[in-house]
Write a protein that binds this ligand. Structure first.
Ligand code: HEC
Length: 300
């Protein structure tokens, strides 16, 4: 007897298991509407497939395929694991120079202990806020962490502001990690939770998200998985603002000339519109002679 036959002949003999799988199929039948012919589906749902060998093989295979299809979101969810969280929206604003400066100041005091932003070496705005090349830890240190802290000048282009904002929020206490903390977005990160003093202490809460009975396919927010157990020096609103400032600065750092480019863009578009209007008149002028000539030719 083939494996499928064995599997499904047992399956048929065990009324409890048959019932369970038919409930599972019923729960997800909404997803199936277009995938299984109506009659087959009804037979499957009502579990009226006779248990003789030939039909078992057919219906068994259909069931395997259906169950695998139904389980695929769960399997992918399990493979990604609890680390998979939603990237939060962040209102980055390159026009907000005050926020960029605040972010640069935070970067200079909090992040430049470890990270560099080497490629911002001659940037006036950053230097005004204290991001000085001479203070960056360049090549002078041996890092104890598994991964040395990367240069952050271009990180906003690589990861995107939403990733950075979510990353900075999703640190939590983890006694098993060498640094004492871990991160939902970057599991086993070597970066210690240096924002803990400001943000407070967060802990992983297993099951909090599941208890809220959210649909499985929607990724949880970081705050669905983490709980603030001890508050820091900042209120959550202040901390949000501080991280927005940091992301604003990192976004600016990754492309300090973006704003200039935007402004230049308006000029370029204006020029193209004026050029198009002028060319239109040139075109009219050019064809006027031809049109009147050919008109005269026709009329004699
Ligand atoms: C004590 C040293 C230290 C400090 C201070 C620190 N970091 Fe880190 N950071 C690290 C290390 C080490 C890594 C590498 C983590 C890894 O790849 O596992 C890292 C990684 C990162 C990454 C992820 C880079 C990537 O791989 O995409 C970002 C973003 C980041 N840090 C931002 C910051 C910001 C913003 C601050 C300041 C608020 C900061 N870090 C302060 C050590 C530090």
């Amino acid at each position: 007897m083939s494996v499928t036959k064995q599997l499904f002949s047992r399956h048929c003999e065990d009324p409890k298991r048959t019932k369970q799988s038919s409930i599972l199929i019923q729960q997800f039948s909404g997803l199936l509407r277009n995938k299984v012919p109506r009659n087959d589906k009804q037979r499957l749902l009502q579990n009226k497939v006779p248990c003789n060998d030939g039909v078992i093989k057919e219906s068994g295979l259909v069931r395997v395929i259906i169950i695998l299809l139904l389980m695929s979101p769960l399997i992918s969810f399990a493979a990604i694991g609890p680390a998979s969280i939603r990237l939060e929206r962040v209102p980055v604003n390159l026009h907000d120079i005050a926020s960029i400066k605040r972010g640069a100041k935070l970067f200079a005091t909090q992040c430049m202990v470890c990270h560099t932003a080497k490629y911002l070496r001659h940037n006036k705005l950053a230097q005004q806020a204290g991001v000085l090349y001479s203070k960056m830890p360049i090549g002078e240190r041996k890092w104890v962490y598994a991964t040395p802290p990367p240069d952050l000048t271009l990180i906003a282009s690589v990861r995107g502001p939403r990733w950075l904002y979510t990353y900075l929020h999703s640190f939590y206490q983890d006694p098993k990690s060498p640094t004492g903390s871990n991160n939902l977005l970057m599991p086993n990160t070597s970066m210690p939770n240096i924002l803990q003093g400001m943000q407070g202490t967060q802990e992983l809460v297993n099951g909090l998200y599941e208890q809220a009975s959210k649909p499985l396919l929607v990724k949880p927010h970081w705050y669905d998985r983490l709980k603030l157990v001890k508050s820091g020096t900042m209120t959550p609103e202040q901390f949000n603002q501080a991280t927005i400032d940091l992301v604003d600065f990192l976004d600016y750092a990754s492309d300090p000339h973006k704003l200039q480019r935007y402004h230049l863009g308006y000029w370029v578009l204006g020029f193209l519109i004026i050029l198009a209007i002028l060319l239109f008149f040139v075109y009219k002028e050019f064809w006027r002679d031809v049109n009147t000539k050919s008109h005269k030719d026709i009329t004699g």
